[in-house]
Design a protein around this ligand. Structure first.
Ligand SMILES: [Zn+2]
Length: 317
């Protein structure tokens, strides 16, 4: 068996930029494909990477901001026609609804609450809404082309998060792959999750979007690869973000000066940077990202880029 990580997109934040796709990664293990987050361009990046849509088994959403979920409809609907027979529904795992919609303050608040009857839909709600919104395609397309049963296309699954925050939750364990989630800290995006994938070949951890978080560091202990998001708050400040707006960003993200310390404490072999903020590749070079992120970390630091691949091996260090 081999296990391989592929970065499908490495941009942070929703605004499209030239030169980077929206946040997404794939983990391919024993021929099974798992996608972690589904930002802008994920279906095309999946094809560009040579991955097989028939082998897409599950999608894991770290949180429900649009930069992590926006191309989920396409990832489900575009390859629908090839998903015949035994591949089964794509499972989409992610955060449940928090139940109540958070309130704002004087600096940041909503004017209109959209869809007040269900203002903070969870993952299963999101998948249901995609099916409802594309019911035309799903109901009409099979009349003109041989399509798999639309009822077997997808299952949305809210991850049950019982107990106290910080307790790891096993999301999937079938003997070959074990996926464990933990809640992380990403401003008002509650719940937000990080995921650890354990296979016979080794372990990979995806931070999702978070500030420096002890529970993530515990989750990542001894993993071979830590795929961690990164922000350059100093860059944002130099480009006009100040006061409450800058403080909000600091409550959402791990700064480039902090991420090396996270990797060191987690004792991972390699730190792979992704979900860059700023996302524009011309704003901060890969060399700068890697050099600054590596301070305080004894392992390997790699500035991720779209299409980057890593064979997963055990962490023997
Ligand atoms: Zn994000």
């Amino acid at each position: 068996m081999t296990t391989e990580l592929v970065l499908l997109g490495t941009a942070g934040a929703p605004l499209p930029v030239a030169g980077r796709g929206g946040i997404s990664a794939a983990l391919v293990t024993g021929g099974r494909v798992f996608v972690i987050d589904c930002g802008r361009g994920t279906p095309s990046a999946f094809a560009d990477a040579g991955l097989d849509f028939r082998r897409l088994e599950a999608v894991f959403l770290t949180h429900l901001h649009a930069d992590h979920t926006g191309d989920l409809p396409g990832l489900l609907l575009y390859p629908w026609g090839v998903r015949t027979g035994r591949s089964g529904p794509v499972r989409v795992y992610g955060p449940p609804s928090p139940g109540t919609v958070p309130t704002g303050d004087a600096d940041f608040h909503r004017v209109t609450t959209i869809h007040p009857e269900r203002p903070v839909p969870g993952t299963a709600d999101l998948v249901q809404a995609i099916l409802a919104g594309y019911a035309y395609h799903l109901n009409v397309m099979p009349l003109d082309a041989a399509m798999p049963d639309a009822g077997e296309l997808v299952r949305g699954i809210d991850i049950d998060l019982p107990g106290t925050a910080g307790d790891p939750v096993v999301v999937l364990d079938d003997g070959a792959v074990r996926v464990t989630a933990v809640t992380v800290t990403h401003g008002h995006a509650v719940p937000a999750l990080a995921y650890r994938f354990d296979t016979a070949d080794g372990s990979v951890v995806f931070s999702g979007d978070t500030t420096v978080n002890d529970d993530l560091i515990a989750l990542a202990q001894g993993a071979g690869l830590l795929v961690h998001h990164v922000a350059d708050l100093g860059y944002l400040e130099r480009h006009g973000l100040t006061g409450a707006a800058l403080a909000r960003q600091a409550g959402l993200h791990t700064d480039v000066t902090q991420v090396g310390g996270v990797a060191e404490r987690a004792r991972v072999r390699e730190l792979i940077l992704t979900h860059y903020l700023p996302a524009d590749p011309r704003a901060v070079t890969e060399q700068e990202w890697a050099e600054r992120a590596g301070r305080g970390f004894d392992g390997i630091v790699t500035a991720g880029r779209d299409g980057l691949r890593r064979t997963v091996t055990p962490n023997t260090s």
